[in-house]
Design a protein around this ligand. Sequence first.
Ligand SMILES: NC(=O)c1ccc[n+]([C@@H]2O[C@H](COP(=O)([O-])OP(=O)(O)OC[C@H]3O[C@@H](n4cnc5c(N)ncnc54)[C@H](O)[C@@H]3O)[C@@H](O)[C@H]2O)c1
Length: 272
Amino acid sequence: MQKRLKIGIIGCGAIGGQLAKALSQKRPAGVRLAALTDVEADRARRLARRMRPRPAVVSLAGAVKTCDLLVEAAGAQALPDVIAAVLRARKQLLCLSVGAFIKHPEWLELFCRRGVGLHFPSGAITGLDSLKAASAAGLIHRVRLETRKPPAGLAGAPFFRRSKMDPMNLKKPLRIFSGSARQAIRLFPANVNVAAAVALLGIGPDRTRVDIVADPKTRRNTHTLEVTGSFGRFVTVTENVPSAENPKTSMLAAASALAVLLAIGQGNHRGT
Ligand SMILES: NC(=O)c1ccc[n+]([C@@H]2O[C@H](COP(=O)([O-])OP(=O)(O)OC[C@H]3O[C@@H](n4cnc5c(N)ncnc54)[C@H](O)[C@@H]3O)[C@@H](O)[C@H]2O)c1
């Protein structure tokens, strides 16, 4: 019988929780949820109690030691420790906090050089397959992403420290940011993993244009991706339902991580 890959989830919040529940309910071929870890250990314990079979609640070191593939769903601040641990142990990583790789392109090189599997999910946006294809062939002239979120999904971002604007007071939609993906990722680190994925797969963080709209009239996190080039043009619109646990995060993000794990379990997915 084929060995099932042992999965460890680092961070049991909106994405980690949704993913753990889906793995426990679906019991997909080739993978098994083996461990959970969270800096708030009670959160991991509460989640583990709802799983059958019950995953172990362990430290980061414990998860890396016992699992074959780690899923980072803890946030960018956790990544330096997570990356050091998985590289040392040569364990695969499925990383949700994609934005951090724009600031640290050397991490991508480390995984490549050491031959350790690194996976990124498509996240909360559609169209990345065509973006990747057009980019591979050098056919892209322009990439523009508009991210439109309810104010609660943007509140707390570093951007508001400087602007002094309180998005919760908005009465109508307002374009609060226009600039490069690199700037967007610095000013809205918890909101723009989608911009990071688009930048990494397309024409890079400096040439990818990002607009962020705070919209008190919407309940969806909507990403509009427009790509033009010598191949023609495509536009995708993804209207995401935010996660009940974290309004910054869309439900589709955890679903896309699940899809990667299912593909890995079936032997259909190699490193990103
Ligand atoms: N790739 C995408 O499309 C996409 C989409 C949405 C969110 N994200 C990113 O995924 C990450 C998780 O998002 P979320 O909505 O689940 O966040 P969340 O805040 O709901 O959950 C994060 C969890 O991680 C835990 N945590 C924090 N630091 C930790 C550490 N050092 N070790 C272990 N656990 C730690 C927290 O206690 C919390 O339980 C964020 O970085 C977010 O920006 C990516």
